[in-house]
Ligand binder design. Structure first.
Ligand code: PHE
Ligand code: CO
Length: 301
C-alpha cells in the first residue's frame, strides 16, 4: 500500500479545520500504487464516464479522450504532461494534498497544476472530504487542455497572489468565484435538442456521482445565470450538495468577466452583506428556482 500522505498541520479556516500538507513537490510514486489503488481508479473512472455522457460539457469529455485516460490504470503524470505541455503549456506537479493558499496561487500563476498523488481508499469511493488524485486528475485536468480555461486558471492564480496581499476579505470573495466556477460551475451549451442545454464543467461535480445528477436534474437547487459580483458575495456549502449553481454561457464569458482588475470590486463588496448559499435575488437570471428540498438550514461557509 501507499505510504500515508504527509499531513503537516491543521489550519482553522472559514471552511472549518482543514489539513494543510507539506508544500514539497513530489515525484508521482507510480510504481507504489497497489492493485487496490488502480482498482479504485477503475471503479470511479467507469462510473463517472457513464454518468457524465450527456451531462458533462463537450470540452470535458473531448479533452479527457485526447489525454487517452482509461480505466485500466492510474495515469502517469509524465504521460499527461507530454500532451498538456504541448497544448497549453501547463504542467502537472505531484503534491501530498491541499496546499497553503499562496503556494497554490503561485503554482497556478506559473501554469503548474498541483495534483494529489494518492488515491482514496475503496470505502471512500462515494465521498471523501479532501481532494485526492481522482478529484484532482479526473476532475481538473481535462479542461486545462482548453486554451481559454487554461488562461483563466493562470489569471486566477495571479489574482490570488494579489488578493492575498489585499487581505482576508478579498480572498474570501475570490475563493467564492473559484468555488462556483472551477469547482461547481455549469455551462449552457446550445445543442438544439430541446433540453435546457445545461452541462457540467466544475471539477467538484464531475468527480462526484451523486452531485453530477443532482446539479442538473434535481428540482432542489437553484440554477442561476453567472454574475460575478453576485457570486463573490455568495456563501457556499462544503459538506452537502450546493444549494445554488451558476451557469456560464461560454468560457469566453468567464474570461471577459474576470479580465478587469478586481481591486475596486473588492472595495465595493466590502460594504455589502454576504448572500446565503440558497437565496434567489430579484435580478437573478433564474433557470431553476430551487425547491430547497433536503436543505440543511445551517452550515454555509
Ligand atoms: N482580474 C482579476 C484581478 O484583478 C484576476 C482574476 C482573473 C481572478 C481570473 C479570477 C479569475 O484580481
Ligand atoms: Co478541486
Amino acid at each position: 500500500m501507499n505510504a500515508p500522505p504527509r499531513r503537516v498541520e491543521h489550519q482553522q479556516t472559514d471552511k472549518g479545520t482543514v489539513p494543510i500538507y507539506t508544500t514539497a513537490i513530489v515525484e508521482q510514486p507510480w510504481s507504489t500504487y497497489s492493485r487496490a489503488d488502480h482498482g479504485t481508479w477503475a471503479t470511479l473512472f467507469k462510473r463517472q464516464q457513464q454518468i457524465l455522457a450527456g451531462r458533462a460539457c463537450r470540452e470535458f469529455i473531448g479533452n479527457q479522450q485526447r489525454f487517452g485516460m482509461t480505466p485500466d490504470a492510474i495515469p502517469k503524470f509524465d504521460d499527461l504532461n507530454r500532451v498538456l505541455k504541448a497544448a497549453t503549456g501547463w504542467e502537472l506537479i505531484g503534491v501530498e494534498g491541499l496546499l497553503p493558499e499562496l503556494t497554490f496561487f503561485d503554482h497556478l500563476a506559473n501554469r503548474r497544476f498541483p495534483v494529489t498523488w494518492w488515491i482514496r481508499k475503496p470505502e471512500q469511493v462515494d465521498y471523501i472530504a479532501e481532494p485526492d488524485l481522482f478529484h484532482d486528475l479526473f476532475g481538473h485536468v481535462p479542461l486545462l487542455l482548453n486554451p481559454l480555461f487554461a488562461d483563466y486558471m493562470q489569471a486566477y492564480g495571479c489574482g490570488g497572489v494579489k488578493a492575498h496581499g489585499l487581505g482576508a476579505e478579498a480572498l474570501v470573495n475570490l475563493t467564492r468565484l473559484y468555488w462556483y466556477t472551477v469547482e461547481f460551475g455549469l455551462i449552457r451549451e446550445g445543442n438544439g435538442s430541446g433540453d435546457d442545454g445545461l452541462r457540467i464543467y466544475g471539477s467538484g461535480i464531475v468527480s462526484s456521482k451523486g452531485e453530477s445528477i443532482h446539479c442538473l436534474e434535481s428540482p432542489a437547487p437553484n440554477r442561476i445565470g453567472f454574475d460575478m459580483p453576485r457570486i463573490m458575495r455568495t456563501r457556499y456549502r462544503i459538506d452537502t450538495y450546493q444549494k445554488t449553481y451558476f451557469v456560464i454561457d461560454s468560457f469566453e464569458q468567464l474570461m471577459e468577466a474576470t479580465r478587469p482588475d478586481f481591486t475596486p470590486l473588492y472595495a465595493q463588496l466590502a460594504t455589502q452583506e454576504s448572500i446565503p448559499a440558497g437565496s434567489v435575488l430579484q435580478n437573478d437570471k433564474v433557470y431553476n428556482r430551487g425547491t430547497g428540498e433536503g436543505w440543511a438550514s445551517e452550515g454555509d461557509v
